[in-house]
Design a protein around this ligand. Structure first.
Ligand code: SF4
Length: 335
């Protein structure tokens, strides 16, 4: 029984309270406009079904002028003439499996990030910084095979040192984030138990004018069995295996150690190790895709892939536009 609920059930009272709060938020947000007020409402859902506007819009009546096609700030549709960039390099281009995967998702983002080396203004959050500290530990373990046998306390000590240097120590929830990151490191150590590790080295794949390298995070070797591992700090996506990266890992594993070599994906948030085995047809498709993508990179083909979902979170969102005419000359990196 809720006092003052006027005969409503508990659930009705909760719903009414929620609606009242939403209405209040809507009108408070409107009251913040200084000169103009523009309200956007999606007319369709992601699955194509119609989406009804908020009932509060009706309350505004004729005070609101409806515009079916509002001006949106987003990268314009690609113009094929803008896709091409003549790149002249002093040295052959080497791309990692991760970089090629980025090219597959948006060639222009690959261009900004790995050809121009413009990091963009990524807005880091405490959550992202916590994951970066864990990736630092993954890289540290990868760099020294002798560290694979360190006791957990020493790995934790290293984690705390990196945390003090690079972690979000000023955040109000810093200690919670530190503990969450430590749990991921513990999951990493658990995933490493069992088979002995072998030294990790780059595996270069044959891909025409552009060199593609696979850099596994771990290599486990037991007798004749070899497994290349890729470590991610987050969760496994439902379409994870569609990423070209795993095809490249599998091609690299076989090139390096024959058909028996395997690939595993480690997801620390899930605390899970997933064996990845693509069927021969899929693997052949991935190999053909690799050749196609590297040929496009070599030809200087860097089209944009505008997406209302992805672009707003891209660090190049604000500057993504036509590229200037002329040649891009990248000098030798050797001093
Ligand atoms: S803003 Fe969109 S189209 Fe431009 S680089 Fe980023 S993801 Fe690609």
């Amino acid at each position: 029984m809720i006092a003052g609920a006027g005969g409503m059930t508990g659930l009705d009272a909760v719903k009414a309270g929620h609606e009242e709060e939403e209405e209040c938020l809507f009108f408070v947000a409107m009251s913040r406009a200084k000169r103009y007020l523009t309200l956007y409402a999606a007319a369709t859902q992601a699955d194509g079904k119609r989406r009804s506007p908020s009932p509060y819009i009706e309350v505004l009546g004729s005070a609101l002028a409806a515009v079916d096609e509002p001006a949106l700030f987003r990268p314009s549709r690609p113009d094929p003439a803008e896709d091409q960039v003549a790149v002249e390099r002093a040295e052959p281009l080497v791309v990692t499996a991760e970089q090629l995967s980025l090219y597959a998702k948006c060639p222009r983002r690959f261009f900004y990030t790995h050809i121009l080396r413009s990091a963009g203004g990524r807005r880091s959050t405490a959550f992202v910084e916590m994951h970066d500290v864990v990736y630092d530990i993954v890289g540290w373990l990868r760099a020294g095979p002798e560290r694979w046998h360190l006791p957990l306390t020493e790995v934790e000590q290293r984690y705390n040192e990196v945390w003090a240097e690079k972690g979000p120590t000023e955040n109000g929830y810093a200690e919670d984030f530190r503990r969450a990151g430590l749990e991921l490191v513990q999951a990493l150590i658990r995933s490493r138990q069992g088979a002995p590790h072998a030294p990790v080295s780059d595996i270069e794949l044959t891909a025409g004018a552009v060199r593609v390298v696979v850099r596994p995070d771990e290599v486990r070797q037991s007798g004749k069995s070899v497994v290349l591992r890729r470590v991610r700090t987050g969760r496994k996506a439902s379409d994870e295996e569609d990423d070209i990266i795993y095809g490249l890992y599998q091609i690299a594993a076989r090139q390096w150690h024959g058909d028996g070599a395997g690939v595993e994906a480690i997801h620390l948030t899930d605390d899970a190790v997933t064996p990845i085995e693509l069927r021969p047809r899929k693997l052949a498709n991935r190999e053909a895709k690799m050749q196609e993508l590297t040929s496009a990179i070599a030809a200087g083909h860097f089209p944009r892939r505008p997406s209302d979902r992805v672009c707003p979170r891209c660090p190049h969102y604000v500057t993504c536009g036509p590229v200037p005419d002329g040649r891009l000359v990248i000098p030798s990196e050797q001093k």
